[in-house]
Design a protein around this ligand. Structure first.
Ligand code: BES
Ligand code: MN
Ligand code: ZN
Length: 489
């Protein structure tokens, strides 16, 4: 696992900036006006900062972007970074400003002058997220990132504001680590152990093994994992920070630690990306971690189905018929449509055991959602307008792309099977929607539910504002906010 970069808040002063041997970053308004301390720093550089702020390059910068002055005369620092951010900047702009600093962070560290900026905590949050680096397997030892000090006028107040955001950053980075890990490291057993370790931060964690799942009748889930050497597991994480005895809200995640496709095997090109097929489970785990770290006043249960989809002499075949925990039978047309089989049983179990007030599941479920929405938006499917709109609002506030997709009986009809109650795959048309309809059959009518298809956003092909290339942790921020708005409000 990686350790997120932490930010130390200290009282605004001049010496910390002139003593800095790494980088220095100044948060400056678009007008280029400097505060008292920054003015002194400008004098120390014999006006280099002021001249840069009068140039074209500064004018062209958008909110949150930055400009570098390398080896400024008069300072020990290796660079001064001028970060454009108005005092009235919104959350996204402030995080982006922090990300500009975090992206440039090296081993010598950085001292950031934020002074009285009202969004200093959000700047620190963006910095931490963008400084994330999954470098565990680069053997030519990459030097660790240096210390981050942020100079603010009121360190105590800023630290207090930053605390829940740092819990959130920790959760996001936990998710990213899980998604970035290769499948020979993150086996179902290793995944479950990492979740069990969260007992230390106050989560109640249970690990259900194959005999337990067999007893519960989860044959849909077990069928997916039966070709793998790694035993299938369901992990239940409970955070009960709300009123005692109140029914929880449930989060459910697809945790396919590797998806070869099974007997309906995938083509070789790009198959290595299927290490991220546990992305839904990763997000659920990251959210639970954040809720525990910030001691959320809400009852939330997170359930993840951990399996590996492998071809083998014991693997499930196309044409097999399995009975789900609910009792419905499923004809397995395509062993590569495995995520819905896993989720069907975990969704049903979540409802039977916890009678949740609502339920959101996340899954890297279909390639079709990438065809439809690319890497900009996750697909949102729901049986309940109020829950769906609350989620979309939270996602928009956190700048995490999410777009609602249609559902309906005509799509459900496509699941009809000659031999069983339904089939698990029905071809290319509306592939993401038929997958959602399949899941909906395992959701009780009176349970408000959303399905988030995150195949396109969990591991996009390029870096994003807040993440380097690799896993994003998409959804942790939106779900943390949803819990805050809907359950803690
Ligand atoms: N894990 C894949 C979906 C996926 C594709 C995630 C690309 C991330 C990137 C899923 O299990 C799958 O294989 N879905 C099939 C369903 C089809 C067989 C009905 C697909 O999308 O092709
Ligand atoms: Mn698959
Ligand atoms: Zn899959």
């Amino acid at each position: 696992m990686t350790t997120p970069v932490t930010v130390q808040f200290e009282k605004t002063g001049f010496e910390a900036l002139t003593d800095a041997e790494g980088r220095v970053a100044l948060i400056v308004g678009p007008d280029g006006k400097l505060g008292a301390v920054a003015k002194r720093l400008d004098r120390a550089t014999r006006g280099a900062i002021g001249r840069a702020l009068q140039g074209k390059a500064w004018d062209k910068l958008k909110a949150g972007d930055a400009l570098d002055l390398s080896y400024p005369a008069g300072l020990k620092a290796e660079a001064v970074q001028l970060v454009k951010l108005a005092r009235r900047a919104d959350t996204a702009e402030a995080r982006k400003a922090g990300a500009s600093v975090g992206k440039a962070l090296g081993e010598a560290g950085v001292v950031v002058l934020a002074a009285a900026h009202p969004r200093a905590a959000e700047i620190a949050f963006g910095l931490t997220l963008r400084a994330y680096d999954f470098a565990l397997y680069h053997t030519a030892e990459k030097p660790a990132k240096g210390a981050v000090t942020m100079l603010v006028d009121d360190p105590d107040a800023t630290s207090a504001k930053a605390a829940p955001l740092m819990a959130l950053a920790d959760g996001v980075c936990f998710t990213r680590d899980l998604v970035n890990e290769p499948a020979n490291v993150l086996t179902t057993t290793d995944f479950a152990e990492r979740l069990a370790a969260m007992r230390e931060i106050g989560l109640e964690v249970e690990v259900l093994d194959e005999p337990a799942l067999e007893k519960l009748g989860m044959r849909a889930l077990l069928g997916v994992g039966q070709g793998s050497e790694s035993p299938s597991k369901v992990v239940v994480m409970q955070w009960n920070g709300g009123r005692k005895g109140d029914a929880p809200f449930a989060l459910v995640g697809k945790g396919v630690v590797f998806d070869t496709g099974g007997i309906s095997i995938k083509p070789a090109a790009g198959m290595e990306e299927m290490t991220m097929d546990m992305g839904g489970a990763g997000v659920v785990s990251g959210v639970m971690r954040t809720l525990a770290l910030r001691k959320a006043k809400a009852n939330v249960v997170g359930l993840v189905g951990l399996v590996e989809n492998m071809p083998d002499g014991r693997a499930q075949r196309p044409g097999d018929i399995v009975r789900s925990m609910k009792g419905d039978t499923i004809e397995v047309i395509n062993t590569d449509a495995e995520g819905r089989l896993v989720l069907a049983d975990v969704l049903w179990y979540a409802q039977e055991r916890f009678k949740p007030t609502g339920m959101i599941n996340l899954a890297t479920l279909t390639g079709a959602i990438i065809v439809g929405l690319g890497h900009e938006n996750a697909g949102v499917f729901s049986n309940d307008d109020a829950l769906c709109n609350a989620f979309l609002k939270a996602a928009a506030a956190e700048d995490e792309g999410a777009w609602r997709m249609p559902m309906g009986p005509a799509y459900d009809a496509l699941l009809k099977s000659r031999l069983a109650d339904m089939k698990n795959s029905c071809g290319r048309p509306a592939g993401s929607i038929t997958a959602a309809q399949f899941l909906r059959r395992f959701v009780k009518d009176d349970v408000p539910w959303c399905h988030l298809d995150i195949a396109g956003v969990a591991l996009p092909p390029k870096e994003t504002t807040l993440a380097p290339k690799g896993a994003t942790g998409w959804g942790v921020m939106a779900l943390d906010r949803l819990v805050r708005d809907m359950l803690e409000g």
